[in-house]
Design a protein around this ligand. Structure first.
Ligand code: S3P
Length: 433
């Protein structure tokens, strides 16, 4: 598998059009497949995870064409999916397996879902439990892991509070709620991203939400839509971090998704000193979109805990990795969820940063990465353990180190941001090194 050598230094400078948001792309694809008629989705994510969703939907008899970031989906209606002939493979994608499990719970057939070695280690009980309560019969491997077999059928409405704040779990239940015998309610003690609620409304579902209580009415007639996916803020964060790490840098990102349930990361970065500006804000298909610019500046450091964790869950590895570049370091607490992501993200990022000379203290639910007070990290051989967000975080850190860094299996970045390394190269510009 491809390793990547990162040479430090230079600046990042330029303007970027980001690939479509991974979270939103999954949702649009699934809902388009459940709608009646042809949907057109532009700027669909290039992320490998979203290809996994499209492949699973094809396995359910949905015709999908993908051309240059444009996806057309021939929706089959709520009752039009076909029993799959093969096991559906979500590969590395937790969103795919968990959200599809919800939609499949309402189908009058049996389907089997699996994933790669990383996904087969991740907890599925969080969706199995509520879907069983709704009436689906689900068989999983020991420890409630994938592969899971779902015998769908008529479902009961439930009123459910997920024990772990998770947008994937909430979405899974809401999708199953489309097939229930009454109004399904999900209660959230901590707000998680609300793209499913927004997308369901866009496709014509009756969904009410607010103050942590979301309710979906069953059996809507979902209508095909033409939608444009905003740029992926979670991908943008790696380029923003690159600008913060390399003195003299300045980057502008166009049409980035700025949904308030995702954009807290920008507030946090600003609170530690990052000069970030947001312009051209507009609502598109129910989602807030805008242009984000950032330039290099010294950062103070800070602490992330409580509700902030769910709001910035995918950004935590990158934020932790900024620790050495701050004066006071970065502290992260209440983030035990990171241990059951694509890798154990607390251990993987801690190990990578230590190898580069950072001082890191690990806790069961987080980590503290010390500021180096102007001192430098050193290049090293690092292993992101097949985790896309760790590979990209370490690449950014490596640019601010002394000496080359070799990232093992860096290709895994394609799980969410296949253009990452090429975009960095372009922004760094050969002449400026
Ligand atoms: C996602 C929700 C989050 C996030 C993941 C995408 C989604 O997972 O980490 O990358 O699209 O709903 P959890 O729901 O497990 O927190």
């Amino acid at each position: 598998m491809g390793k990547k050598v990162i040479t430090p230094g230079g600046v990042v400078d330029g303007v970027v059009e980001l690939p479509g948001d991974k979270s939103i792309s999954h949702r649009y694809a699934i809902l388009a497949a459940l709608a009646e008629g042809h949907s057109e989705i532009s700027n669909f994510a290039s992320a490998a995870d979203c290809r996994s969703t499209l492949e699973c939907l094809r396995g359910l008899g949905v015709e999908i064409e993908l051309r240059e970031g444009r996806v057309s989906v021939a929706g089959r209606g709520l009752d039009g999916w076909k029993e799959p002939r093969k096991t559906l493979d979500a590969e590395n994608s937790g969103s795919t397996i968990r959200m599809l499990a919800g939609a499949l719970a309402g189908q009058p057939f049996t389907s089997k879902l699996t994933g790669d070695a990383s996904l087969r280690r991740r907890p599925m009980r969080r969706v199995i439990e509520p879907l069983r309560q709704m009436g689906a019969r689900i068989h999983a491997q020991e420890g409630d892991r994938a592969p899971i077999e779902i015998q769908g059928g008529p479902l009961h409405a439930i009123d459910y509070t997920p024990p772990v704040p998770s947008a994937q779990v909430k979405s899974s239940i809401l999708l199953a709620g489309l097939y229930a015998d009454g109004v399904t309610t999900v209660r959230e003690s901590v707000a998680t991203r609300d793209h499913t609620e927004i997308a369901l409304r866009e496709f014509g579902a009756r969904i009410e939400g607010g103050r942590g209580v979301i309710q979906i009415h069953p059996r809507p007639k979902l209508a095909a839509r033409q939608l444009v996916v905003p740029g992926d803020l979670s991908a943008a964060v790696f380029l923003i971090a690159a600008a913060l790490v390399l003195p003299g840098s300045s980057v502008t990102l166009h049409n980035v998704g700025l949904n308030p349930t995702r954009a807290r990361v920008l507030d946090f970065l600003m609170s530690i000193g990052a000069p970030i500006h947001v312009a051209s804000l507009q609502m598109r298909d129910g989602e807030l979109v805008g242009d984000v610019s950032v330039r290099h500046a010294p950062m103070a450091g800070g602490r992330i805990s409580g509700a902030q964790v769910a709001e910035m869950i995918d950004e935590l590895p990158m934020l932790a990795a900024l620790g050495p570049f701050t004066s006071q370091g970065i502290d992260i607490h209440d983030a035990q969820e990171l241990r059951v992501k694509e890798s154990d993200r607390i251990a993987t990022i801690a190990e990578g940063l230590r190898r580069m000379g950072a001082r890191v203290e690990e806790f069961p639910d987080g980590l503290r990465v010390e500021g180096l007070a102007g001192g430098k990290l050193r290049g090293a051989k690092v292993d992101p353990a097949g985790d896309h967000r760790i590979a990209m975080a370490l690449a950014v850190v490596a640019m601010g180190a002394e000496g080359d860094t070799v990232i093992h299996d860096a290709d895994c970045a394609a799980v969410s941001f296949p253009e990452f390394f090429a975009t960095l190269d372009r922004l760094r510009g050969a002449g400026k090194r």
